[in-house]
Design a protein around this ligand. Sequence first.
Ligand code: HEM
Length: 118
Amino acid sequence: MYPEEDLGPAEERMTLFLIQYWGGPRGYSERRGHPRLRMRHAPFRVDRAAQGAWLRHMRAAVDTLHLRQDLEEQLWGYFVSAAAVMINTPEEPATPQDPRPPGRPKSASLALLRRKPL
Ligand code: HEM
């Protein structure tokens, strides 16, 4: 999904962004301008599958750091919530289906609906 063959520049952008996000030098914005991360992800299809893959890789990376537990929780919590915000492509809607299977009398299907929790 990353368009460049060489992932070095992408790694550098991510590194600079994270340094800046956590209060360090503003190298990211000096080179790239305002982060506007949702907008920068707009050209890419970020769906639940991409989010899952991204988080799996980040989880593996975070695991290599052996951070203190509170710091790890803070970092991981940030990644999980930021990744959810980055989703820009909803899943395909399920095929629309008549909730009443053919042949089933209307009253029975209404009874089924009534039993569903709200
Ligand atoms: C949800 C799953 C995500 C996917 C599939 C994804 C994918 C991508 C892709 C394909 C790019 C373009 C490669 C590049 O030019 O660098 C990119 C850029 C970037 N992503 Fe993500 N991303 C995700 C989540 C996140 C999150 C949560 C963050 C921040 C915590 C983030 C930070 C960045 C940054 C800083 C860039 C470089 C932006 C730029 O300056 O052009 N991404 N991402």
